[in-house]
Ligand binder design. Structure first.
Ligand SMILES: C[S@@+](CC[C@H](N)C(=O)[O-])C[C@H]1O[C@@H](n2cnc3c(N)ncnc32)[C@H](O)[C@@H]1O
Length: 250
C-alpha cells in the first residue's frame, strides 16, 4: 500500500531539468513505450510510475479526480496537466479548458492528443483568470515546500474569477513515518513531514532531484485562511488522500 501511494508523482522543473517526464510521455504517445519511469523519495524506496496511468481515461481515474471533474464549470485551468487527461475529458464535455505545464514534452503530448488550448508556463506566470482551477494527482506537489505554499495560494487566488473555485488533491503522509509500535520516527528538527526530495529516472537517465510537497488537510486549511481563502473538504480518498475546494468567501 505504501508503495502504491508513492507511485503517481509528477515532476517539478527547474532550468536544469532534462524533462525526462515529458520525454517519457512523448515516447508513450508516439508508440515507443518500452519502460516505465522509476521514482523514489527521501523516505521511500524505488518504485515504478507506469506510463499508461499517465494516459488514464475517466474510468481509470481515482474517485477524487472524478469528483473534481464533475464539479468543474466555466472557464477552466488545468495546472500541471501532464498528458492532458483531465483537460481532454472536460473539453469533450464542451467546457472551455486551458492546459498548462512546465514540461515541454507534456504540452506537446497534450497538443498531439487534441487539447485545444495549451501553454508551457509555470503556474506563477499564468495571468489569465478562471472560474475553476484544477491541480490534480497530488496537486500540492507543485508548491514544492511548505514555505512556498502562501506564494502559490496567493497567486491562485489572484487568477480566480469572482465566485471561482480551486480543486486540489493531496495526502496526509504521516502514516509513512509510523513504526511497528504505532509510534512515529519523525526527526523533530526536520522540515514539515510532507516535504520530500523526489528522484526520477527514465531509460537510465537521472533527472535533477526535485522537491515535492504532500500536505495534510488541516495544514492546507490554515495556510488558506492566512491568505483569505476558504478551504473545504470535498471528499476523502481510501488512503489518507483528500480533495479540497478553495474559494473566496463573499
Ligand atoms: C503528477 S504530474 C500530474 C499530471 C496530470 N495532472 C495527471 O493527473 O496526469 C504533475 C505535473 O505538474 C507539472 N508541474 C510541476 N510544477 C509545475 C508548475 N510550477 N507549473 C506548472 N506545471 C507544473 C509537471 O511537469 C507534471 O506534468
Amino acid at each position: 500500500m505504501i508503495k502504491s501511494r508513492f507511485r503517481f508523482h509528477g515532476i517539478l522543473k527547474t532550468s536544469f531539468m532534462k524533462d525526462l517526464f515529458g520525454k517519457a510521455l512523448l515516447d508513450y504517445q508516439k508508440g515507443n513505450y518500452t519502460e516505465d519511469i522509476v521514482t523514489s523519495t527521501s523516505i521511500s524506496e524505488e518504485d515504478t510510475l507506469p506510463l499508461p496511468y499517465l494516459f488514464r481515461g475517466y474510468a481509470e481515474m481515482p474517485q477524487l479526480e472524478k469528483k473534481a471533474l464533475q464539479l468543474a464549470k466555466g472557464n477552466i485551468l488545468d495546472v500541471g496537466a501532464g498528458a492532458g487527461n483531465h483537460s481532454l475529458y472536460l473539453q469533450e464535455k464542451g467546457l472551455n479548458t486551458k492546459a498548462i505545464d512546465i514540461s515541454e514534452g507534456a504540452i506537446e503530448v497534450c497538443k498531439l492528443r487534441g487539447v485545444n488550448n495549451t501553454e508551457v508556463i509555470e503556474l506563477l506566470n499564468e495571468t489569465e483568470t478562471f472560474d475553476t482551477i484544477l491541480l490534480l494527482m497530488n496537486g500540492t506537489g507543485i508548491f514544492k515546500t511548505i514555505e512556498e505554499v502562501p506564494t502559490y495560494l496567493k497567486h491562485l487566488k489572484s487568477i480566480l474569477n469572482t465566485n471561482g473555485q480551486i480543486f486540489i488533491d493531496s495526502s496526509d503522509i504521516k502514516y509513512m513515518y509510523e513504526d511497528e509500535d504505532g509510534g512515529y520516527w519523525q526527526d523533530v528538527n526536520s522540515n514539515y513531514y510532507g516535504e520530500l526530495d523526489y528522484f526520477l529516472s527514465y531509460k537510465n537517465e537521472k533527472e535533477q532531484p526535485m522537491k515535492w510537497l504532500y500536505i495534510d488537510f488541516n495544514t492546507l486549511s490554515t495556510a488558506c485562511t492566512s491568505i483569505g481563502l476558504q478551504c473545504e473538504l470535498v471528499k476523502e480518498g481510501e488512503h489518507f488522500d483528500y480533495l479540497a475546494k478553495l474559494y473566496v468567501k463573499r
